[in-house]
Design a binder for this molecule. Structure first.
Ligand SMILES: [Zn+2]
Length: 245
């Protein structure tokens, strides 16, 4: 999900633009009917009084042309701009200089995970990620449920309190990974409430909630993905060995 060509998308001035959808990763050529552009043009109040500096905040709304996706993506970019009047097209905003721009929606930092990881875990992770800025408390609550889901699914522990479930895997996981989990449970309120029900809403700040998310990302990599890759390699070796027989 990280391979969006922002450079080309931020300057829409040709009728068709090569584009990759951040939702479905499909490559497409955008036609005018796939996007709409809105300009918010105003005088730059921070520039000197006599200057003719204008700022244009441009939002681009794009619908994915892939029939199975059709989700929307929003980009916001800022330009220095001026207006021009012609008899033919009336007043038109001309962007002179590109200042800054970014994808506004969806959050592309969100990692795409393979579908052999249980859907419930992925959707908890995504939800937690999407609300971490807006509501760290809610994010941390979902993250704890996600963490518990991962430990239960991957290690088949005896269900109990999160703190006991973590203790059950101590001898099974590598030391580095266990230390990471252990250090998270020592962080402020996250640690203080390891004993309480995972649905209990704890008061955490954005940093604490983000650390929980990083831990989840690390576990998905170290456990599910590493295990899958290992199995794939073994399968390949076995099939080569079978041919040689
Ligand atoms: Zn798409």
């Amino acid at each position: 999900m990280n391979t969006i060509d922002l450079a080309s998308i931020l300057k829409i001035d040709t009728p068709s633009i090569p584009w990759q959808c951040p939702h479905c990763d499909h490559h497409a050529t955008l036609k005018p009917q796939d996007y709409s552009i809105a300009n918010n043009y105003s005088k730059n109040q921070s520039a000197p009084n006599d200057s003719k500096e204008y700022i244009n905040v441009q939002t681009k709304l794009i619908f994915c042309p892939n029939g199975e996706c059709q989700k929307y993506t929003i980009y916001v970019s800022i330009y220095k701009a001026h207006t021009e009047y012609t008899q033919h097209s009336g007043t038109k905003i001309i962007n002179d200089e590109y200042i800054s721009g970014n994808i506004f929606y969806p959050n592309v930092k969100l990692k795409a995970y393979p579908d052999y990881i249980p859907q419930a875990i992925i959707s908890d992770y995504k939800e937690s990620y999407q609300i971490v800025e807006l509501s760290p408390k809610a994010s941390a609550t979902i993250s704890r449920r996600c963490l518990q889901g991962i430990i239960r699914d991957f290690w088949k522990v005896k269900p109990g309190k999160l703190v006991n479930e973590i203790d059950q895997i101590k001898e099974k996981v590598d030391e580095l990974t266990f230390n990471a989990i252990d250090s998270v449970r020592k962080i402020g309120n996250i640690g203080a409430h390891m004993e309480t029900d995972i649905n209990y809403i704890i008061d955490v700040d954005k940093n604490e909630a983000s650390i929980l998310l990083s831990l989840i990302e690390m576990l998905l990599e170290n456990w599910y993905i590493a295990k899958h890759d290992r199995e794939e390699r073994l399968r390949k070796i076995k099939s080569i060995a079978d041919i040689k027989k």
